[in-house]
Design a protein around this ligand. Structure first.
Ligand SMILES: Nc1ncnc2c1ncn2[C@@H]1O[C@H](COP(=O)(O)OP(=O)(O)OP(=O)(O)O)[C@@H](O)[C@H]1O
Ligand SMILES: [Mg+2]
Length: 290
């Protein structure tokens, strides 16, 4: 049995021992030079949960996600993904094995411009997971239907809207069948008209039980989708709880103030867009659950 297979088996055994917790961070501290960015982050996610991290700009949200998939290494604390001790990974092979299990969707979708949509979806499953072309293409067509782009398999990225490209990027992530998906502000670079279609796709994934951690400034979406919400400020989790509790009955004054401001901006942005377009915006995510 090779090293990766042993690691995966160990991970499975540990996961059973750990119950349903898929991801946990304990007392995670990270500094860049003399600047403390994370100051003792505790966070855990159960398999099947959708968890949101909200908070002001610079509070450490993206850094938390980057720690989870091993892109940056904290100086202190513990991070476990499905029983794998992320900080103990030492070889590239081990880190690659971890990243096969964790999808990461960014603001910039970074599709390969010289490949069509289908090839963008099949390249990693074939090259990294060793799937046959037939299997990878079968999967890709099913995923494109799931993100409502079944008719775009032969299109190139440049011929798609931002929202369509982001949905391709989500399908590309799903093609790796990850245990966990990290979403970092995936709608913040999109035209307002295409935000809703991307949020709806993510909402459906969460409803289907895909475990995910979302960093988002879309407060109504976070409220609608999340099993649990973490509010960060200054590199600490100020407060966490159910979406109902955080959004309607926050304990901390800082959470209350942040939400007040964020809702004000949400509302002002929506009105501005309505004035500009003279038509209603489409990203009323409450539609999804109604
Ligand atoms: N590579 C780096 N080197 C030095 N400082 C960094 C680096 N990456 C992030 N930081 C700092 O760490 C802090 C947290 O950054 P992070 O990107 O995690 O914030 P964020 O909550 O995601 O903010 P935003 O909502 O603007 O995306 C910021 O003060 C940022 O300037
Ligand atoms: Mg960020």
């Amino acid at each position: 049995m090779n090293r990766i297979a042993i690691d995966e088996q160990t991970a499975l055994v540990n996961a059973h021992a750990a119950g349903h917790v898929l991801l946990s961070l304990r007392d995670v501290h990270l500094q860049y030079g003399n600047t403390s960015v994370l100051n003792g982050i505790d966070l855990s996610v159960q398999r099947g949960q959708a968890v949101s991290i909200i908070g002001p700009s610079g509070s450490g949200k993206s850094t938390i996600l980057r720690c989870i998939n091993g892109l940056v290494s904290p100086q202190r604390g513990e991070i476990h993904v499905d029983g794998i001790d992320v900080r103990a990974l030492t070889t590239d092979a081990q880190r690659i094995a971890l990243r096969k299990r964790i999808g990461f969707v960014f603001q910039q979708y970074n599709l390969f411009p010289h490949l069509n949509v289908l090839d963008n979806l099949t390249i990693a499953p074939m090259r990294v997971l060793g799937r046959s072309r037939a299997e990878a293409e079968g999967d890709a067509h099913a995923l494109l239907a799931r993100v409502r782009l079944g008719n775009k398999a032969k299109a190139y990225a440049g011929a798609l809207s931002g929202g369509q490209q982001q949905r391709v990027a989500i399908a590309r992530t799903l093609a790796m069948r990850p245990d966990l998906i990290l979403f970092d502000e995936v709608t913040s670079a999109l035209d307002p008209e295409t935000v809703g279609e991307v949020l709806n796709v993510i909402g459906e994934l969460a409803d289907e039980g895909q475990t995910c951690v979302l960093v988002t400034h879309e407060m109504r979406f976070a409220e609608d989708i999340s099993d649990e919400v973490f509010f960060t400020e200054g590199g600490v989790i100020v407060e966490h709880g159910s979406a109902q509790q955080i959004f309607h009955d926050p304990v901390h004054e800082r959470t209350r103030l942040f939400l007040q401001r964020a809702r004000g901006e949400d509302c002002a942005g929506r009105m501005r867009r309505r004035d500009q377009r003279d038509t209603p915006t489409t990203h009323d995510t409450s539609i999804r659950r109604s």
